[in-house]
Ligand binder design. Structure first.
Ligand SMILES: Cc1cc2nc3c(=O)[nH]c(=O)nc-3n(C[C@H](O)[C@H](O)[C@H](O)COP(=O)(O)O)c2cc1C
Length: 308
């Protein structure tokens, strides 16, 4: 269960697109897949749809294709509560993602430069929103300090969207034709580090893990560490645009089948049991987490997620 609806698998097609007539078919295809596979979906930033009623159908297409499914709205964390309400109504959303994308905005020549008041705005939205509010990053991860702050202002859902997949600093530099020279390459927190940092707070939070997932054993690992859902963006978009809707459906089915096989091999009859399986954290991830003062040995013990 997620947001009071049943999912067939703990996966999310994460926020990507909308706002231009040429991308309407992408939201439509992604929604067809979400409906067939029984997984959740978020649409891309609705800023364009809030400003221009003519492009609202590019987002709405996702709801039309998947009337019963879990669909998430997406706006900036600096949006007003009224804009959030409008975005939610536009697609009859089950929840709304507020994206934090400071690094991306700064890498964009035309991007925002003023982020003052973001936390107070999130608090206002959390208090007024009629649907659950999910605060998400876009590929640079959330630290435990940030997670604590947003929890303290009333947020109960986060999407860590860590470093390791889509790199918006690189994308924005390439898009504007500026020379990148890797100058911000150390910015961000890896998905694994961000996930464990968030879980280590032991707060009653629903955590979505995303950032760099392409299938395979990373997905069961994230679920074993306590993520409720795993979100994939770029990988799904690549399969859809470089192959076909059919190929994407097949890819989603394979990812779900691989998850089932891994659970069987790990002796987990369901996702609750998977979340209690020991996860041994080694290498650079272990070093990072230990230096951040996080007890990683607790995850090596069976039943570590029992009280979540
Ligand atoms: C083409 C593309 C467009 C995206 N647009 C948005 C967006 O509008 N809003 C948002 O919150 N995140 C957006 N994202 C970020 C993703 O939702 C996700 O957080 C991030 O890409 C990390 O996941 P990935 O490594 O699986 O791509 C976008 C990602 C991609 C690849």
């Amino acid at each position: 269960m997620f947001l009071n609806k049943k999912l067939k698998a703990p996966l999310l097609i994460n926020a990507m697109t909308g706002g231009h007539p040429e991308v309407k078919h992408i939201n439509r295809s992604l929604a067809v897949i979400a409906a067939k596979a029984g997984i959740a979906m978020a649409i891309g930033s609705q800023t364009a749809g809030l400003e221009d009623p003519k492009v609202r159908d590019t987002y709405r297409a996702a709801r039309d294709e998947n009337p019963e499914g879990i669909l998430l709205a997406n706006v900036s964390a600096l949006s007003s509560p009224l804009m959030v309400k409008d975005a939610v109504e536009m697609i009859e959303a089950d929840g709304v993602q507020l994206h934090l994308n400071v690094a991306q905005e700064l890498a964009m020549t035309e991007g925002d430069r003023n982020f003052r008041g973001t936390l107070a705005n999130i608090e206002k939205i959390a208090a007024l929103s009629e649907v659950p509010v999910i605060v998400k990053e876009v590929g640079f991860g959330l630290s435990h300090e940030v997670v604590r702050k947003i929890y303290d202002v009333g947020i109960r859902y986060i999407d860590i969207s860590g470093k390791g997949g889509t790199d918006f600093i690189r994308i924005e530099y390439m898009r504007s034709g500026s020379e990148y020279q890797n100058k911000f390459r150390n910015i961000g927190i890896s998905t694994a580090n961000s996930l464990v940092e968030s879980m280590s707070l032991d707060l009653p939070l629903t955590v979505i893990a995303s950032g760099g997932f392409t299938g395979g054993s990373d997905i069961p690992c994230a679920l074993a560490l306590g993520a409720k859902l795993v979100g994939l963006a770029r990988h799904f978009l690549q399969v859809l645009t470089q192959c076909s809707e059919r190929a994407l459906k097949k890819r989603v089915d394979t990812i779900i089948e691989d998850l089932r096989c891994t659970m069987l091999m790990a002796g987990a009859a369901n996702l609750k049991e998977l979340s209690e399986k020991p996860v041994i954290i080694t290498g650079a991830t272990a070093e990072w987490l230990l230096r951040r003062g996080i007890d990683i040995d607790r995850y090596s013990l069976p039943g570590h997620g029992r009280n979540r």
